[in-house]
Design a protein around this ligand. Structure first.
Ligand code: 5GP
Length: 190
């Protein structure tokens, strides 16, 4: 997606050769026009799949997940990062390490908002090692719903996350693929 590449080149800040800060577009400020364009692109790629629900993880997946859900005319459900250890019999939970925060968090999705008959599209902002995504995949699969695919705005190809999801036989669509952040330069895949 050329417009997203341009914005990343102009506004992305390379924090290290592993981490690209995208606070101006995805992780702190949201550009509604750009976000809607991302939603339209995901919706176009998955339009034929009869999606019934879009699922994401709070908080950075919500804007692009919302845009996609709006375009597809279906609800958006976001997994919550759980702060209490109170057992909830209605919740599907997974413990995942957080790439940027260096801590472990529990993500939770209520069975109220995902059902066996659902055809689910999972949307997220960035994939690195894939811990968050693998946690969500497990939750969706445990719900009995069908996971139709995973749409991610930014795939960092030099980390293993997206590959491990594809190896599970899940369709992964990324809007932009970054192959390297080395030497202070952002390199994109063709
Ligand atoms: P993963 O679980 O794939 O290792 O990391 C996924 C989450 O960590 C993403 O949803 C994103 O919020 C955050 N993250 C991972 N890598 C980066 C990065 O290079 N830049 C930013 N801004 N966030 C990242």
């Amino acid at each position: 997606m050329e417009v997203l590449k341009k914005r990343i080149l102009n506004e992305g800040v390379i924090a290290s050769d592993q981490v690209l800060k995208l606070d101006g577009l995805l992780n702190h400020q949201v550009d509604p026009e750009l976000t809607m364009e991302m939603g339209r692109e995901f919706a176009a790629r998955f339009r034929e799949e009869k999606i019934t629900r879009v699922v994401t993880v709070e908080s950075s997946g919500i804007a692009v997940g919302f845009a996609t859900a709006l375009e597809l005319g279906v609800p958006l459900v976001f997994a919550r990062r759980k702060k209490t250890l109170l057992a909830d019999p209605d919740a599907l939970c997974e413990r995942v390490p957080s790439f940027t925060k260096g801590i472990v968090t529990d993500i939770m999705l209520s069975r109220q908002f995902i059902h066996e008959q659902d055809r689910v599209l999972f949307i997220d902002d960035i994939i690195a090692n894939g811990d968050a995504a693998r946690g969500m995949v497990k939750i969706i699969q445990r719900s009995g719903a069908e996971l139709v695919g995973f749409g991610v705005a930014v795939e960092k190809c030099f980390q293993a996350g997206a590959r491990t999801i594809r190896e599970q036989g899940i369709r992964v669509e990324s809007l932009v693929k970054i192959t390297s952040l080395a030497d202070g330069k952002i390199e994109f895949a063709e």
